[in-house]
Design a protein around this ligand. Structure first.
Ligand code: DHB
Ligand code: FE
Length: 305
């Protein structure tokens, strides 16, 4: 169709918008419809293709996979880059890099003071100790900071979404001590893959892509007067480290992993096999009225312990 004819029908549709419309939603819907009309025109999308796409999205919604498709197509990472830029414009720089939340957080995990064991003892994966401090932007330790941590088991699955795991397995909130320290014992996670033959998997296969993330551990780190940090660390050496289907690996978030085989250290931890040790500090930025909220409101799963 000619542009003038496409614009004529778009205008007719937009003119139906009433006086009491929500202006922000109207602007977004109008823009989305306009862009999609032009996409249909430019790519000569056929009716069968349009309905296949619509039904694909409906099915992805029914199976709860839209939250997986978004990171797989790079949206979550793009939102991170935009937040980085907004912070830079507000004069915020340095600190621990953010990276995507992903769709698998569950609110309500048990709270521990200073340190916690995350695994329920049923996973034979390698023991992991991770420890460090939470600092403010001037290098002062933040006491009573909340370190919310969650990760997959040695099969790459997350408790709650994987009903075979115990409640809140590999999920805790650790409150830092007077020196801003946190410490956790857990098992080394394995990279997550999207559910086989699910909506995300089928789309990625059409693109000749894999749906695997490198092994990673998620964090929300927060403290009064500071911007909430959403981030992850990666387990170094994972073959997918720089080939994450969700594009979330970032410089500064791949700490060295030390293999500890020292008998005294193993005994102190109560283990009889070597374990992995990661030291990682978090640095938060002070609240800043000039930057968008770092606490992103979105629907999240919640459970009770
Ligand atoms: C997805 C899974 C994750 O574990 C994660 O951190 C991010 C995204 C996903 O399935 O899309
Ligand atoms: Fe994850």
């Amino acid at each position: 169709m000619e542009k003038i004819a496409i614009d004529a029908v778009l205008n007719r549709i937009e003119e139906t918008t009433g006086q009491d419309a929500n202006p922000r939603i109207a602007a977004i819907v109008h823009r989305m419809v306009r862009d999609l009309f032009y996409m249909i025109e430019d790519l000569d999308i056929q009716p069968e293709e349009f309905w296949a796409g619509l039904n694909y999205l409906a099915e992805a919604g029914r199976s709860g996979e839209l939250g997986l498709i978004a990171p797989g197509l790079g949206f979550d990472h793009f939102l991170d880059l935009r937040m980085d830029e907004a912070e830079a414009r507000a004069g915020i720089s340095g600190g621990t890099p953010r990276t995507i939340e992903g769709p698998l957080y569950v609110a309500g995990a048990p709270v521990a003071q200073g340190e916690a064991r995350l695994d329920d003892g049923t996973d034979d994966g390698e023991v992991l100790v991770m420890e460090g401090q939470v600092f403010d932007g001037t290098g002062r330790p933040l006491r009573d900071a909340k370190v919310e941590v969650w990760h997959a088991n040695s099969m790459g699955n997350y408790s709650y979404f994987d009903p075979t795991q115990s409640a809140f397995n590999l999920r805790r909130t650790i409150v830092t001590d007077s020196e801003g320290r946190y410490r956790l014992r857990s098992i080394v996670p394995v990279g997550y893959s999207v559910p086989p033959d699910g909506a995300t998997d089928r789309l990625l296969k059409k693109l000749d892509r894999h749906g695997t993330r490198p092994a990673h551990i998620h964090f929300f780190v927060s403290a009064p007067g500071h911007r909430k940090l959403t981030t992850q660390i990666n387990i170094d050496g994972d073959p997918y480290l720089w080939d994450d289907f969700a594009f979330a690996t970032r410089e500064g978030l791949v700490p060295p992993v030390t293999r500890v085989a020292d008998a005294a250290a193993m005994q102190a931890l109560g283990v009889n096999k070597p374990f992995s040790l990661i030291r990682f500090n978090f640095t938060l930025h002070a609240d800043n009225a000039g930057a968008p909220h770092a606490e992103v409101a979105r629907p999240r799963a919640a459970a009770t312990a």
